[in-house]
Design a protein around this ligand. Structure first.
Ligand SMILES: [Zn+2]
Length: 522
């Protein structure tokens, strides 16, 4: 995500453009705040859990946001994946195949009744199915149609499986919730956000469990179907293809057939128009469907941003290989300014960041921040969405690459000079205490992952040369789409493709807090 001010993840990305210098949460867009390029927003090396629960995130609209746990959970480790940053998230014995999310939403009240089917493969040696669930009470659970006992200790939903259940089970979970955003341990709000006349979700890194019982970890990808009932006149946007327009009490149905982890769920409800943007043809000949979401009746105001997508699409395809998903679109919604999120196949932007009045720009132009956000979230469809991080410590595979891609685009259109930008950022990496490849909760959406991490990617490019570098990126996506991968896997592929021992390089650039003073000479 991009966090200018920060949103889903607030990242302080200092962009030294002519005008706006903003901190960015790569998917949470943050408001343009003047942050000196040389001042990393994140303070490093803090104790992982030493994040004051009440720390107001930049751009937070409420001082009353409740605090949720740190993700470690309260149960034994068999209910968590032992993720270094969020040990309690996910479950080692559960591999979700698909989610069917059926919500009947009372938009005015900000609440819903839910029936969620989670189809999962569960290790038959483990007679329980653990899901992440926080802040709501489950009414009933059925396994393959029969009532099943369950508990909700801490932030977990533990379902007891029948002794004779097959490896693949369908858990049907019925509950009601009135969710809201809560501060994640990273210091940013995540979860379900109420807006005027609607809502949106921003799940990264651990917000999905605030409203959806799920295996809330990026390592577990599944297919998704959303059946969302709202009052007539209200629009629902979710990931994937629009199967059915909701009207006269019928649900809006969206289907995401390409596997996706929980943090990339897109669910926006409110007074919006769904815009059929036609399609683009990928370099490999595939049709990529474009579906956008704009404030009702305001498509004309957002058309120039929509029109920018094909140019960025072509630019990135030339460098990263064929667009790896089936669809794309831009969603301009009533969300926190300064925050943007690469929700899979349809990126989430704050409509306020794309209104001329907010920046005093010529209304025919697209300003620096807008170009940055549009490029950053599109690039994530390759880096983070097609290939997702196996653990949250691998977040640089998302953010450092999307940030580097964003700078490539800004250089292409003349808003930055790439070499100058990288030199300036390298200077900023001469101090600091956090390595890009070993983030803390505070840094994972901070400078070392974003602008400071793009330096690592640039150094790799200089080390191996342009041909090998872009071949590596295309191969990384081409051979791993649909999976979640580790930093070690990336390093291994880099070494395989180049035939070089890159151990010293990654130790010095990815796993050191303070980087070499000079870029590699190749
Ligand atoms: Zn991002």
């Amino acid at each position: 995500m991009a966090v200018l001010m920060v949103a889903g993840l607030l990242v302080a990305t200092a962009c030294s453009g002519e005008a706006d210098v903003t901190t960015e949460r790569a998917d949470p867009v943050s408001t343009p705040v003047s942050t000196p390029v040389s001042t990393p927003v994140s303070t490093a090396a803090d104790e992982i859990l030493d994040v004051p629960a009440t720390t107001p995130a930049p751009g937070s609209t409420s001082a009353e946001v409740p605090t949720i746990s740190d993700g470690r959970g309260t149960q034994s480790t068999d209910t968590g994946l032992a993720d270094r940053l969020f040990p309690g998230l996910g479950a080692p014995a559960v591999d979700v195949v698909s989610y069917l999310v059926k919500l009947d939403v009372d938009v005015a009240a900000g609440s819903f009744d839910a029936v969620v089917d989670v189809v999962a493969d569960v290790d038959t040696a483990v007679r329980q199915m653990a899901l992440d669930a926080a802040g709501f009470t489950v009414d009933s659970v059925q396994i393959d149609g029969d009532d099943a006992p369950f508990e909700q200790p801490g932030d977990e939903l533990i379902i007891e499986l029948p002794a004779d259940s097959d490896r693949r089970v369908t858990a049907t979970i019925t509950y009601s919730a009135a969710p809201d955003e809560a501060f994640s341990a990273v210091g940013l709000p995540a979860g379900w956000f109420q807006t005027d006349g609607g809502s949106y979700v921003l799940n990264e890194p651990d917000g999905a469990r605030r409203w959806l019982p799920s295996n809330d970890h990026p390592s577990d990808k599944a297919t998704w179907r959303f059946e969302i009932t709202v009052p007539d006149g209200i629009t629902v946007s979710a990931n994937g293809d629009l199967v059915q327009d909701g009207q006269l009490g019928e649900p809006w149905i969206w289907q995401m057939s390409q596997e996706m982890p929980t943090y990339l769920v897109h669910l926006v409800i409110g007074p919006y128009d769904v815009v059929d943007g036609g399609s683009l043809t990928s370099v490999d000949g595939d049709n990529i469907n474009l579906t956008h979401v704009v404030p009702a009746g305001e498509q004309a105001k957002f058309q120039r941003f929509i029109d920018e997508t094909p140019k960025q699409f072509d630019f990135f395809e030339e460098r990263f290989g064929p667009y790896p998903l089936d669809d794309y679109g831009l969603a301009f919604v009533d969300s926190t300014p300064g925050l943007a999120m690469e929700t899979q196949g349809r990126s989430l932007f704050s409509q306020l960041d794309f209104q001329v009045s907010g920046f005093g720009d010529d209304e025919t132009q697209i300003n620096f921040l807008q170009q940055l956000l549009l490029a950053h979230e599109l690039a994530h469809q390759w880096f983070g969405n097609a290939v997702s991080p196996a653990t949250w410590s691998d977040i640089w595979l998302n953010e450092s690459f999307a940030t580097y891609a964003q700078f490539l685009w800004l250089d292409e259109i003349g808003l930055v000079d790439l070499d100058s930008e990288m030199s300036e950022l390298l200077l900023a990496r001469q101090t600091g205490d956090v390595a890009t490849g070993m983030p803390t909760l505070k840094s994972m959406f901070g400078f070392e992952s974003y602008d400071g991490g793009s330096v690592v990617v640039h150094a790799l490019r200089l080390k191996v040369g342009d041909e090998a570098f872009f071949e590596l990126l295309a191969e990384w996506i081409g051979s791993n789409t649909g999976t979640s991968q580790t930093s070690a896997a990336f390093i291994s592929l880099a070494q395989d493709l180049t035939g070089a021992d890159l151990g010293e390089f990654f130790d010095a650039w990815l796993y050191a807090a303070r980087l070499p003073a000079e870029f590699p000479q190749g």
